[in-house]
Design a binder for this molecule. Structure first.
Ligand code: SME
Length: 179
């Protein structure tokens, strides 16, 4: 039963993302729509953002919530840097107890960072903060990892196809295949 619940939750967010990304006309619009859909998927997600990897820096593509001062994060800094370097999801129950933490808002108590990886290459990451301690568990990790696959596919597409982006994504999907 619990597994079914987890699968449904991840599936719902992934479906929502596919829907909103399909008609995005630019990478910027796609990042904005994706961040909004992620933030809206859970009332405990108080700040959500997507960072894209440029060289050895994570660059904020879009955020929803109180603006963060950390618009560019070096890979050797922060929880964000650690997740990208290690290529794995990091959940921090109490950000103030983690020496890696780069403070964004004083209200933030917990954080999850999920890398977006495609063909072994890290493209960036999804970062979410909550004002509630220990707001994230493995079900958030599973749902957001599924979401990260959808966003990664969009980013790969948008790298070489900007006009008609949605159509290009649609063409790549064969009928009946729920990617
Ligand atoms: N807390 C992050 C920095 C980004 S802000 O949360 C938006 C970190 O420690 O890397």
């Amino acid at each position: 039963m619990e597994d079914e619940g987890l699968a449904t939750r991840g599936g719902l967010l992934a479906s929502k993302l596919k829907e909103v990304l399909l008609t995005a006309s630019s990478r910027e619009e796609g990042m904005r729509r994706a961040v909004e859909a992620i933030r809206d998927s859970n009332p405990l997600y108080h700040w959500a953002g997507i960072y894209l990897l440029e060289g050895d820096e994570l660059v904020l593509a879009h955020e929803v919530g109180k603006p963060t001062p950390h618009r560019r994060i070096s890979l050797d800094k922060g929880i964000c840097g650690a997740a990208a370097r290690e290529g794995r999801t990091i959940i921090v129950d109490d950000v103030n107890a983690d020496p890696r933490y780069l403070a964004c808002s004083l209200e933030t108590r917990s954080e999850i960072v999920v890398p977006m990886v495609s063909h072994g290459r890290t493209l960036g990451e999804i970062d979410i903060d909550s004002d509630r301690p220990a707001a994230f568990d493995s079900s958030d990790g599973a749902a957001l990892e599924e979401a990260s696959l959808v966003i990664s596919e969009f980013i790969e597409q948008s790298a070489w196809s900007v006009p008609g982006l949605g159509a290009a994504v649609a063409r790549r999907r064969s009928p009946g295949r729920e990617a």
